[in-house]
Design a binder for this molecule. Sequence first.
Ligand code: HEM
Length: 581
Amino acid sequence: MVGERFFRHINAACWDPEVRLQEMDRDGVDVQVVSATPVLFAYDRPVEHALDCARLFNDAALELCSRGKGRLRALCQVPLQDIDAACRELSRCMRSGHLGVQIGNHVGEKNLDDPGLVTFLQHCADEGAAVLVHPWEMFGQERMPKYMMPWTVGMPAETQLSVVAMILSGGFDRLPDTLQICFAHGGGSFAFLLGRLENAWHHHPVARAESEHPPSYYLNRFYVDSAVFDQRALQFLVTTMGAERVMLGSDYPFPLGEEHVGSLVRQTNLSPDAKIKLLGGNALRFLGLEGESPNAASGMAAGSSSPVLPSPGQLTYSSYLKVPELLELQQPQSVPPHHDELLFILVHQTYELWFKELLHDLDAVVANLQKAGAAPQSRDEVYEAARLLRRCTEITRVLVEQFTILETMLPTHFLAFRGLLEPASGFQSEQFREIEFLCGLKDEKMLRYHRPTPEAYASLERRLEEPSLRDVFFGALQAMGKLALAVEGATERERFEARARAVHELYKDEHHHRDWIDVCERLTEFDELVVSWRLRHIQLVERIIGIRMGTGGSTGASYLKLTLDKKFFPELWEARTLLTE
Ligand code: HEM
């Protein structure tokens, strides 16, 4: 109720922190800044009443926040009809934990260019208090009795009026640039009509008023929120104001608020970096939380499980993992992007990331087996090689499974963009070929697919020259005296059989060679899983393009079937045939 008049139904989210926190969790909001609703400003009441009212709400807001597990912070309100009283209440609130103040965009007839209000804003800057300007008591209401027009037409105009008043009065010229001030609802109609204002400023001296510079000069002096409810409007707002100047605004929990806070920003086409700014980075700066310690920034007790907010320059989840850069790396070729092309790109990229980890681990396995060969009595390296090989098998198991995700793509959907991919093909996967070469399957002919990329070509040439995992494994067995040096003139077949017999010897003496048998088992399993990968890949290919030719120029599935016989460690398989009961 406002006086005797019904104003609005409200729900528990207005007073129950638990409800707020649940809804914040639902929407993925870490920290919320709460303020009383503008109808409670009481600027038209005697100052004592307004001050009582402000104190009541300000203390209640802090009490509510104290039950918010460090995730609720508050903006106070002040009796703005009396500047001294307003300044005193602001100082009291800042001392007791408020982050700033929410003010109405006018006090009766006084706009933000009123000297008293400018004095108050100066005081806010001195106190380091963030100022949120909210439109209220919309003008022209006698002409807007219907259709909720005061909210949809009046409010945006009120806000625009305030920004224009601040600029043209020279308010921004006089106030320090440390003042953190934000105008609600995207700054109302300001951004859209900035061109008109700018034009007037340049052509009509009277429209320049006291401002030293054209209006667009002051865009970096204030923030606006993102509550514009339309993708194109948000894009435009960010283009006009800059991504540093727009921050998530929700109007939560009122009827004109976003149903799921943040969804507009999250769904927009802005760059990931810009989204991060809009979703939190800018607010941290605006609220003066950037410099605080993470715990203080989120207002929580040490040891609590509430979120911590990073200070500038500190490592964050995103900056450590380079999430924005990562999310920039999916660039569909189809225009407009075909829905399934993102999946196609992501699945391939995921494979490549795991290939990278496989190479990393397989290189470490090689290094460990080399050390084991150099010091045959030491067992640590053999255990470490077996441990890392287990990781390789687990990764490959995931890689075999992952094809099922791509199989949710209909053949027709793939064909819709396949033509754009030629001549790109899995043949050109440098890392896949590196894994083959590193494990021992060295096929020089495959280099030709990498001629267009000299760096890849050079890495593969190096892999061809370096000892493979297979070489290093048998080198170690040789150093242990399990494998005789090959006699000169021995055929490749004879060498192969000698190596298989060496493995056979290990298995026969399980008691002494448990660690090496473990390495053999892991290598065999890895080999087996890579064949499973080849088979699942073929099934996928047949399911999606039948027996068509590949984009890399091969005969497609029938070529790939020939690769099924490839083994990294054939001697390990041969040894099984040699074993008898
Ligand atoms: C729509 C899905 C896919 C189709 C239709 C497809 C098709 C093909 C075809 C036809 C080839 C033979 C080379 C050529 O002529 O292009 C091939 C090779 C290859 N593909 Fe795929 N592929 C698909 C998905 C994948 C995925 C998700 C990966 C994961 C990295 C992958 C990795 C490879 C590799 C490494 C080769 C070379 C294999 C070898 O030379 O042994 N493919 N692919």
